[in-house]
Design a protein around this ligand. Structure first.
Ligand code: FES
Ligand code: FES
Length: 160
């Protein structure tokens, strides 16, 4: 067992983990932060994406011990300080970028990482960046629109 310490959504946390404990497991089971979803556990689906030191990472593809000392941000850390949805989250809602919502935490975290490095991505750039995030419901169209809208690009609000 190893002791790990990291900062999660601005808060110092620590725990004792096995060498094989995945970061996704540590977040969900030890910290009880279940916003990070697990869709496959084999690094295929992207539902578990979080930010580690500012980089989008599939948390099922990283051991918790590897994140020792890191700054981690999860979907729980994406809302505004007053608890309201961030611009990106609101855009997912406004543009119907989700149906079942299972992929949504990972989509939002990947999209946030994309917008941090490319504030006005084209549709092609968004689609390319989201290659590691699988959505079984939406056909991606409204997710792409939501990300374009969050980046200040003009897209029509989806019909109710
Ligand atoms: S649960 Fe991590 S990629 Fe699917
Ligand atoms: S909204 Fe259902 S998997 Fe994406």
């Amino acid at each position: 067992m190893t002791e790990v310490k990291m900062t999660v959504n601005g808060k110092a946390v620590s725990g004792t983990v096995e060498g094989r404990t995945l970061l996704s497991q540590f977040l969900r089971e030890d910290l009880e932060m279940t916003g990070t979803h697990i869709g496959c556990d084999t690094s295929q689906c992207g539902a578990c994406v979080v930010h580690v030191d500012g980089q989008a990472v599939k948390s099922c593809a990283m051991f918790a011990a590897e994140a020792d000392g890191a700054e981690v941000t999860t979907i729980e850390g994406m809302a505004n300080a007053d608890g309201s949805l961030s611009t990106l989250q609101q855009a997912f809602q406004d543009h119907h970028g989700l149906q079942c919502g299972f992929c949504t935490p990972g989509m939002v975290m990947s999209a946030a990482a994309l917008l941090a490095e490319n504030p006005k991505p084209s549709e092609a750039e968004i689609r390319h960046y989201l290659e590691g995030n699988i959505c079984r419901c939406t056909g991606y169209h409204n997710i792409v629109k939501a990300i374009q809208a969050a980046s200040g690009q003009d897209v029509a609000i989806a019909a109710e």
